[in-house]
Design a binder for this molecule. Structure first.
Ligand code: HSE
Length: 315
């Protein structure tokens, strides 16, 4: 690695919680995601040259932006005597529930680690990403960052110590995600939650996480659908999302296995058996938003098993 070395990377958006797995389940999707270009500099520190696609809302101060917080942590950890500058292209809004801050942070540490010849393992990158989430959302939550970094479907089995498990997914599991053009900040969506939950809800929630794991491992689509129930966040956060239950019901009527809020919202996801049903579920949810005069973007993809990737610099 030398001064002037340059790389361009992509890191995927994610669906966190997946209904029953508040703060412990997540998966990556193919689109949208963030692109980041990085160039090594002789001067220490991280400089944000430009951020495109965020409407000017993200911090340009490298101490506050999730991507640069994570990169600086990485550079400090390896005692770097160099720095870098970055160009960030956002392809999803902040406050969308698609793991926007996580995708930026993952793109940042993935880029610097690639330029440093993969000096650290993905597992070793996680602490930098948790710090970045803390800076961006005031909560060091692993579900979005782990799903974007490792790709695939992940379970955060433990936070202390951090234990991330990658769960295989059945071949024909598809996802439709709708991002209504409404902003819900993670911080607000966490504050709305009760501090304690009834024992009966805890039992049902953990039983559904178990059901989801068995469903994914066995390729039992009906069991996956039956397990997509959330007693912890959805009853409270649904109030922040106009037309939430109408969208969820419309997706199910179109054949989806089930769905819920993506991360802290306002995006809503539906898991489906097959591409065709996923497209129908996405269209059905979009129709609900159209009827309510709310703009929305729909993304349909399989679970993204790759995670971040290097792009040609010319792309
Ligand atoms: N699990 C998190 C939440 C996702 O629902 O608040 C946002 O990081």
């Amino acid at each position: 690695m030398k001064v002037g070395d340059k790389i361009k990377v992509f890191a995927p958006a994610t669906v966190a919680n997946v209904a029953c797995g508040f703060d412990v389940l997540g998966f990556a999707i193919d689109k949208p995601g963030d692109e980041l270009v990085m160039e090594i500099t002789a001067e220490k520190g991280v400089v944000i040259v430009d951020i495109e696609g965020d409407g000017g809302v993200l911090p340009r101060d490298a101490k506050k932006n999730s991507a640069t917080v994570a990169i600086q942590d990485y550079l400090d950890f390896i005692n770097a005597d160099f720095g870098c500058k970055i160009w960030l292209k956002k392809m999803m809004p902040s406050g969308s529930g698609l793991g926007s801050s996580a995708a930026s942070a993952v793109a940042g540490v993935y880029a610097i680690n690639m330029l440093c010849n993969e000096k650290l393992s993905k597992q070793e990158l996680m602490p930098f990403l948790l710090n970045a989430e803390k800076a961006a959302c005031d909560a060091a939550i692993a579900d979005n960052v782990a799903a974007s970094l490792f790709g695939g479907f992940i379970l955060v089995r433990s936070y202390e110590p951090l234990d991330i498990l990658q769960i295989p997914v059945p071949e024909d599991l598809w996802c439709a995600v709708i991002n209504p053009h409404v902003i819900v900040l993670t911080k607000d969506a966490r504050e709305i939650l009760p501090k304690e939950i009834p024992l009966a809800h805890s039992l049902r929630q953990s039983a559904n996480v178990g059901g989801m794991m068995v469903g994914l491992l066995r390729g039992d689509y009906d069991l996956i659908g039956r397990s997509l129930v959330d007693y912890i966040a959805e009853p409270y956060r649904s109030k922040l999302i106009p037309g939430f239950y109408e969208m969820k019901n419309a997706a199910k009527a179109a054949g989806a296995l089930g769905g819920s809020i993506s991360g802290s919202g306002p995006s809503v996801f539906a898991l489906c058996h097959g591409k065709e049903i996923a497209h129908k579920a996405g269209e059905a949810m979009k129709q609900v938003m159209t009827d309510m005069n709310i703009g929305a973007d729909v993304y349909v993809s399989k679970v993204n098993n790759q995670g971040p990737k290097v792009l040609p610099l010319s792309e």
